[in-house]
Each structure stands twice: as C-alpha cells, then as structure tokens.
Design a protein around this ligand. Structure first.
Ligand SMILES: Cc1ncc(COP(=O)(O)O)c(C=O)c1O
Length: 405
C-alpha cells in the first residue's frame, strides 16, 4: 500500500498556504479532525466526568474511548497503561518524581549524551539524594550507539537507563528492543523518549521492550498534549502524585493529578483514526502498521533527496547517518556548513517561504560534545509524511543559493 499524498495533505488545512514546513520535529501541523473534535468536545461535552447525569456519563465514556484509542495507537496491552499529561518533559519529571523514593545513595542511573534534555535533566535531580548519574555517549565519528559501551556502564547498582528511541538531531532510530534486553539482564528499568520517533513509525510499546515510553502529540499531528505509557505492574509501583486517597492501585489516575485534559485527549482520537484510514480503515492494529509502512517508504524518498544533495557538497558535514536506511533513520536531517554560521543559512532560506531551523534543539549536551555549539548550532531540516518531493526540491534550490552566496 502506498501513501495517498494528496488525500493525506488535504487533512492538514495549514498546508494550503503553500509554505514548505520542514520544522516538524519542532512541532508538526495539526489534523483538521483533531481540531474539530477538540472544538466539538468543548461545545458539547465539557462537564466533569464521573457523575451520573447524562452529559457527565458521556464525558466519562469519551475519556475512556480516548485512552483506548491511544492504547491501540501505541499497542498497549490495556488502556490503564496510558497516562495522559501536558508534555513529555513533564511526563519524564513525573516519572522521576514517582520513582525517587526507591533510589538509595549509590544507586546508578544511566542517561545518554544523545537524548533531548527532557530525558536527561529529570534524572539528574536524583543526584540530590546521592544517586550516581552515568553517561552513555554516542560514537563521535560514526554517530552510532555502542551497545558494548552500555554493557560496560551497567553495574549491579544500575537501577534505570533513560534513552531516546530516535534522536531529534541525528535522526537515528536506536535499537531499543536490544537495549531493553541489556538493561533487563542487568536488573534495571528502561525509560524511552519517543518524541522524535512517533511521528514516523508505528509505535509498539510492547515490542520496544521498554518499561516506560513517552511522546508528545504536538509533534504527531495533534495538540500540545503527551502520553506516558508504562507496563501496568510498573505503574503500580510508582508513587501517587495525586491526593492521598489515590492509592497504589489507582492507575493511571494517581499519575494524572488534577485530571487529564479531556478535550485534548478526545482530539487525539483524530490522529488514530487518520492513520487507521491511511492504513485501509480496518479499525485494527494492522491498519496503523500499514499506514506507517507507507509513511516510512515515502519519508525514505524525501530523506534521500536531501541527503544526496548534502553528500555532494564538500563543505557540508551531515550530523548523522549520511544515507536514509529506512530501518534506522527518520528524515530529521541536521548539518553544519564549513565556515558558515547556521543562523545565516536558515534566515536566507526563510525568505523563500520554507521553514527550517538552527540551534541545538534542546539536545545541548550532544551538540556541545560534538563541538558544534558556536552560538548558532546546526541546521535542521525535519520532514514528515505530508512533505513532498517538490518541497524538498524547493529547499535544495534555496539552500544552494544560500550556500553559494
Ligand atoms: C526528542 C525530544 N524529546 C522530548 C522533547 C520535549 O517534548 P515536550 O515539548 O513535549 O516536553 C522534544 C521536543 O523538542 C524532543 O524533540
């Protein structure tokens, strides 16, 4: 099944303005269905859940349906494993806070230097109570993850490893299932940030092997809202962040203090239904997988188009894999041009109604460790399935003008 690009693009009203959006890893465009559901929810169902009157019953049903829909999207074993919240940064902080009491001085947590700060900083907070934070670093020349280096870092005191499923700079998809085996063999838990992965591939939390897994819907065609999935038995072990009467078994609500945002949860069902339709509309997990297989194939073409241009230039250093192997790369493409500041390049491209971006993208430790932080950082072009080959060609022309100026 191939992607019906015209039909897909028609679902994103913002695309009608002719602007070429290549800052999708910063935030994707929103599906019309999502916006309409949020609006409809607020206009018809905006009452508190849990009461016996008809509108409240309907609100409760819709919240339950939203959780079930998101559970299907990520292939969770049960809807109770879906914790809803505002952002991935907040979800990771919530997770670290909910686990803090079980760490003793001298326990170890392994973070990476290739994650977004939202899956590094929250774990550093545990240092205050004597937890030792160790860093798993990327190979500087090849940008590859070294699983042996992780094995070496693991000790009997390792309690948790925090790693990204895909880097928001390198575009590399990390082998989380293999990582999970190493982590679990060492008796530790695995927390995965999938923000840069979820817009591009069918999320399968069970296949990931992770214990906790989070991503943000505003980068996955929806609103500013996020999900933290956790294995049910692991969620039970987390400390409640809600009132005292939300005890151990109140999963997931003990982790949603003050309630989840109902209208945004309902809006997110529009994302799932969209991918279901792209995948043939069979209403099952297979439809989601078919849709993302089509997305993957299209994105590989887009990615290769830009990468081949960048590879041909002697003055460009691609920060990540130089090719677009579908198994291990999403089309989030970062680069640095010799002797040029990244901000100048991006501002030149801005004029052509093309949105790309410069900076460190909050993966500051990676950009610093690679020696790329000169104030303007690197250039990032982040594509998703609604981008077209014509848009990439426009970008290549624009970049070519900027680089030869
Ligand atoms: C890989 C990655 N993880 C986490 C985040 C943070 O997500 P949020 O803004 O929902 O906290 C981002 C945002 O750019 C990201 O790219």
């Amino acid at each position: 099944m191939s992607l019906d690009l015209t039909a897909a693009r028609a679902r994103f009203p913002a695309l009608a303005d002719g602007f070429a959006y290549f800052d999708n890893a910063g935030g994707s465009l929103v599906l019309r269905d999502v916006v309409e559901r949020i609006s409809e929810y607020l206009l018809t169902t905006s009452v508190q859940t849990g009461a016996s009157y008809v509108h409240s019953v309907r609100a409760s049903e819709r919240l339950a349906a939203s959780r079930a829909s998101i559970a299907r999207f990520v292939n969770a074993a049960r809807p109770e494993e879906i914790v809803l919240g505002p952002t991935t940064s907040m979800m990771m902080r919530l997770l670290a806070t909910s686990m803090a009491a079980r760490f003793s001085p001298g326990d170890e947590v392994i973070v990476t230097n290739f994650d977004h700060e939202s899956n590094i900083g929250p774990w550093h907070i545990l240092e205050r109570q004597g937890v030792v934070i160790k860093v798993w670093s990327i190979e500087k020349e090849t940008f590859a993850v070294d699983l042996d280096a992780l094995r070496t870092l693991m000790t009997p005191r390792t309690r948790l490893v925090a790693v990204t499923h895909a880097s928001n700079i390198l575009g590399t998809i990390n082998p989380v299932a293999e990582i999970a085996k190493i982590v679990h063999a060492g008796g530790a838990l695995l927390a995965v940030d999938a923000v840069a992965y979820a817009p591009h591939r069918a999320v399968d939390v069970q296949a990931s092997g992770a214990d906790f897994y989070a991503f943000s819907f505003y980068k996955t065609y929806g609103p500013h809202f996020a999900v933290l999935w956790g294995k049910h038995d692991q969620l039970l072990e987390l400390d409640s962040q809600y009132h005292y009467f939300y005890g151990r078994d109140k999963v997931p609500t003990k982790l949603e203090p003050g309630n989840a945002n109902y209208e945004l949860a309902w809006g997110c069902t529009g994302i799932v239904d969209y991918f279901d339709e792209l995948g043939g509309g069979t209403g099952d997990r297979a439809a989601i997988e078919r849709a993302f297989a089509a997305v993957t194939a299209h994105e590989a073409v887009l990615g290769e188009r830009l990468l081949s241009y960048l590879r041909d230039r002697n003055d460009v250093r691609i920060i990540g894999d130089r090719h677009a192997p579908t198994a291990t790369r999403v089309p989030t493409i970062a680069f640095k041009v010799d002797g040029r500041r990244s901000d100048e390049i991006v501002r030149a491209v801005d004029k052509d109604r093309i949105g790309i971006r410069f900076g460190d993208f909050h993966s500051r430790r990676l950009v610093e460790d690679l020696g790329l932080s000169d104030g303007a950082g690197i250039v990032r072009v982040s594509m998703v399935h609604y981008n077209t080959v014509e848009e990439v060609d426009r970008l290549v022309l624009s970049l070519d003008r900027a680089l030869t100026a």
